[in-house]
Design a protein around this ligand. Sequence first.
Ligand SMILES: Nc1ncnc2c1ncn2[C@@H]1O[C@H](COP(=O)(O)OP(=O)(O)O)[C@@H](O)[C@H]1O
Length: 186
Amino acid sequence: MDSTDDDQPAQRTAPVIVITGTPGTGKSTTAALLVESSPIPLKHINVGDLVRLHGLHEGFDDEWQSYIVDDDKVLDELEPLVADGGVVLDWHTCGIFPERWVDLVIVLRCDHTLLWERLEKRNYPLKKIQENNEAEILQTVLDEARESYADEIVIELNSDTVQEMESNVARIVQWIENWKKDNACP
Ligand SMILES: Nc1ncnc2c1ncn2[C@@H]1O[C@H](COP(=O)(O)OP(=O)(O)O)[C@@H](O)[C@H]1O
C-alpha cells in the first residue's frame, strides 16, 4: 500500500471543535462568539443549516417539524470541510462524527425552565418543546457525547446567562491556546 493511502490524518494546524447540546442551549450564539474571539481562524458550520441547504435529508417530518437527516450524506459533505481543521461543528447531536475528526466536544447545558422559554420564542410546537425539554432534563446529548468520545475531550458547560456564555468562550479560547502550544503552531 502506498503511504498516502493509509488512514492517518495529516497533522492539522487548527483543531476541530464540536459544540453540541439540546436545541436552544445556545450552540449557535456560542459558536459565533467563539469564532470572533479565537486566536486561530475558525469556520462555524451549523450542521442543521447544511442539512437544509444541501438537501442532506430524506424529507421533512411534519409531526416533529424537523428534517429526517441522512447521516451518510452529512458525513460525506463534512469530510472535506473538516480535513484541515479550523472548524466549529454546531449541531444538536454529535455521535455520528468520527472520533478521528474531533479534538474537543463542548456540551452546552441550560436550565430547563429557561430552555422552555427560549424554545417558545422560536414558536416550536408544544410537542417539540416538551421533547427537547425532556431531553435536556435527561442529559441525552451529554450521555451521547460521553459514549462517543474519550472522557477528557468532552466538556459540559452551563449556558443560562450571557455572562456564563462569555466565560465559556474564554475557557474554550484558553483551550485553543494550549492546543496551539501542544501542536507546535507558530
Ligand atoms: N447563555 C445565554 N444566555 C442568555 N441567552 C442565551 C444564551 N445562549 C443563547 N441564548 C439565547 O437563546 C436562544 C437560542 O440560542 P441559540 O444559540 O440559537 O441555540 P441553539 O443553537 O443551541 O439552538 C437565542 O435567542 C439566544 O440569543
